[in-house]
Design a protein around this ligand. Structure first.
Ligand code: AP5
Ligand code: MG
Length: 219
């Protein structure tokens, strides 16, 4: 199964990608997580991309494409892409790359969500600074308040979740999403899904639409 998730910041792409990758037994590839780990490790790449992430701007396409193609090449059993592609150029290059290795995307799920719900998801998000696990104070709280279930680390607010950066991220998303949606619609692999339900409901809805489309034998 080769799946890509589109949707605005805070829509639940990461939350669903973790669950779907586990359920479908494929690799979760989050562009944001990959960039954040480069940034916190202070690598040369991390230094290069730091300002883009901190200001809610997109990292340049060429860099992003190289980074993700490397990871995809190491996931022969399939993958869930979360946060990539994000521009038409990224989508075109990804398609060219996947066609060249005869592993095109099966389905692209486009999460849509009301702005008011998006705001609530941002406001309550807490993340583990070490393993990247994502929680929500109201809807997905950790077992012990303030601590990560996986490694016991103190949870933090993601640095780019400050209101002014969130605004920029949402604006950036709105500017880039239309051509991306049109590109996958034309390929006949785009499915739009309202992501307002509970995490379990959204996961079930994605698995059902994959099944309905006959995509993926492990669903
Ligand atoms: P990235 O990390 O991809 O951030 P994003 O797209 O802004 O999305 P988020 O991670 O904020 O939200 P999400 O949809 O994953 O929601 P989540 O599951 O956490 O990118 C960060 C930055 O990296 C970009 O700004 C850019 O600089 C750079 N970048 C990344 N990819 C790039 C690319 N391809 N090209 C160029 N630059 C790139 O959920 C949100 C909250 O809601 C959580 O608290 C969660 O617990 C909760 N929640 C989730 N689902 C539900 C539900 N169903 N019900 C209730 N609560 C829920
Ligand atoms: Mg995410």
């Amino acid at each position: 199964m080769r799946l890509a998730l589109l949707g605005p910041p805070g829509a639940g792409k990461g939350t669903q990608a973790v669950r779907l990758a586990h359920r479908l037994r494929v690799t979760h590839l989050s562009s944001g997580d990959i960039l954040r780990s480069e940034k916190s490790a202070g690598t040369a790449l991390g230094m290069q991309i730091r300002d883009f992430i901190d200001h809610g701007k997109l990292v340049p396409d060429a860099l992003m494409i190289r980074l993700m193609e490397n990871r995809i090449a190491q996931a022969p059993g399939g993958f869930v892409l979360d946060g990539f592609p994000r521009t038409l150029v990224q989508a075109q290059e990804l398609a060219r790359f996947l066609d060249s290795i005869r592993r095109p995307l099966d389905v692209v799920v486009n999460f849509v969500l009301d702005e008011a719900i998006l705001s609530r998801r941002f406001e309550g998000r807490r993340v583990c600074p070490v393993c990247g696990s994502v929680y929500h104070l109201d809807t997905m709280p950790p077992e012990v308040p303030g601590l990560c279930d996986q490694d016991g680390q103190a949870l933090v607010i993601r640095p780019d979740d400050q209101p002014e950066v969130v605004k920029e991220r949402i604006n950036t998303y709105r500017r880039s999403v239309e051509p991306l949606v049109a590109f996958y619609e034309q390929k006949g692999i785009l499915v739009t899904l309202n992501a307002a339900g509970t995490p379990n409901e959204v996961t079930a809805a994605v698995l059902k639409l994959l099944q309905d489309r006959g995509a993926g034998k492990n669903v």
